[in-house]
Design a protein around this ligand. Structure first.
Ligand SMILES: *[C@@H]1O[C@H](CO)[C@@H](O)[C@H](O)[C@H]1NC(C)=O
Ligand SMILES: *[C@@H]1O[C@H](CO)[C@@H](O)[C@H](O)[C@H]1NC(C)=O
Ligand SMILES: *[C@@H]1O[C@H](CO)[C@@H](O)[C@H](O)[C@H]1NC(C)=O
Ligand SMILES: *[C@@H]1O[C@H](CO)[C@@H](O)[C@H](O)[C@H]1NC(C)=O
Ligand SMILES: *[C@@H]1O[C@H](CO)[C@@H](O)[C@H](O)[C@H]1NC(C)=O
Ligand SMILES: *[C@@H]1O[C@H](CO)[C@@H](O)[C@H](O)[C@H]1NC(C)=O
Length: 343
């Protein structure tokens, strides 16, 4: 794309070949001015149309050193068209089963404003039902790992896969620079659009922090998030960063929310606090021992924004069991169990 300027120069220099009276020198001055103006307009038009470098390097991201399979279009900041969830939004996350939500449902439990649900197992009827109830829908899929039982699992090449994820048999880290992997993720985002999802929650983008077998680096993840965010925005999909605290400074400006697991457990909530300062929510999950039966002191511990929870002020905290089923408890001790389709 950066070649548009040199290309535009070519006819100009040809017309100045020595030894004969050029076509250019035979034109009148006003005609030359007019032609130059038209050329300039065409060049500017092309540059804007292709988005050449007009906004690149303006996203608080000064690194971008890792090689990528194809040149990335410059990331444009959202103009207010992409949905920006607000800080302290209430939410529920369920990945275990699809929701049981009939087309004519008039309520859902809990009555929170945002649901983060599995993109593949939930169909459009469920998303439509949530929308009818005034809810926003975040669609979860794994963007950085191969899972064996997804409808598109056979599209991955064996060369895309690294080591198995610790604790998740059959699931493998993916090469984030693979164009095949990226094509699959673009198709997944098309599915999100077809189902009417407002946002995506792409998981496992922190391979650099794990024994991935592919030599994945933080820069690979930053570059991958830039790819995902660009593709999401072009589909009017809001996008979040899942965990991956080490790259927050480099991608905060291009995502609209964080999904964090266990920052209180690991005393790292302060790392996620910049999201709140930027007006972006942190959807915060803790998996306390004993869930779904929690003592008052356990709830207090995981809901604190001091001590282990230092930095967690205004985080949207949910207490869940590890299998992310319908049960949830909130910091005000309200509890709910969302109905799931377990058939
Ligand atoms: C975003 O803003 C830019 C510059 O102001 C404009 O060219 C572009 O059309 C806008 N995009 C959308 C989707 O509104
Ligand atoms: C993008 O999504 C937002 C809210 O989710 C909506 O208000 C807006 O109209 C959408 N924009 C386009 C261009 O579809
Ligand atoms: C955050 O949300 C809760 C309800 O979910 C509300 O009770 C509380 O007042 C809110 N806090 C702020 C500072 O807006
Ligand atoms: C959509 O999903 C719900 C919940 O799993 C299910 O009850 C319903 O039959 C599905 N509808 C269609 C059209 O597949
Ligand atoms: C659910 O919450 C919305 C928005 O806060 C409210 O308007 C609605 O009445 C609530 N629905 C029920 C059944 O409580
Ligand atoms: C990952 O994919 C890129 C792009 O195809 C390739 O250059 C690189 O060698 C791959 N890495 C591994 C470890 O296979």
């Amino acid at each position: 794309m950066s070649s548009s300027a040199p290309d535009a120069e070519v006819p100009h220099s040809k017309s100045q070949l020595p030894g004969k009276t050029s076509w250019w020198s035979r034109q009148s001055l006003w005609k030359k001015i007019l032609l130059v103006l038209i050329s300039l307009l065409v060049i500017i038009g092309l540059a804007v149309g292709l988005g050449v470098g007009l906004t690149v390097g303006n996203n608080g991201d000064s690194s971008s050193s890792s090689p990528s399979p194809s040149p990335l279009p410059p990331y444009r900041l959202p103009n207010g068209t992409v949905w920006q969830p607000s800080v302290n939004s209430s939410w529920q996350i369920i990945l275990q089963n699809p929701l049981e939500l009939s087309a004519d449902a008039i309520s859902i439990s809990p009555n929170v404003s945002i649901f983060d649900i599995d993109m593949f197992t939930n169909n459009k009827t469920v998303v439509d039902g949530l929308h009818r109830l005034g809810k926003k829908v975040i669609c979860y899929f794994s963007a950085g790992s191969y899972e064996p039982d997804r409808p598109d699992s056979s599209d991955f090449h064996s060369s895309d896969k690294g080591k198995e994820l610790d604790g998740w048999p059959g699931e493998y880290w993916l090469n984030l620079s693979s164009s095949n992997v990226r094509d699959i993720m673009k198709k997944r985002m098309d599915v999100a659009v077809q189902k009417g999802c407002d946002a995506i929650d792409p998981d496992n983008v922190d391979g650099y922090d794990n024994d991935n077998g592919l030599g994945l680096t933080q820069d690979d993840s930053v570059e991958y998030m830039r790819f995902l965010a660009t593709e999401a925005q072009s589909r009017n999909l809001t996008i979040g960063l899942k965990n991956a605290d080490a790259i927050i400074p480099k991608v905060l400006s291009i995502v609209q929310f964080s999904v964090n697991e266990q920052c209180v457990e690991y005393s790292e909530c302060m790392t996620y606090a910049p999201f709140i300062d930027a007006g972006k929510p942190v959807f915060h999950i803790e998996y306390p021992d004993g869930a779904p039966k929690l003592s008052a002191s356990t709830v207090t511990k995981y809901c604190s924004d001091t001590g282990d929870g230092d930095g967690a002020k205004l985080f949207s905290t949910v207490l869940k069991t590890m299998d992310l089923d319908g049960w949830v408890e909130y910091c005000n001790r309200a509890m709910a169990t969302t109905s799931l389709d377990t058939t």
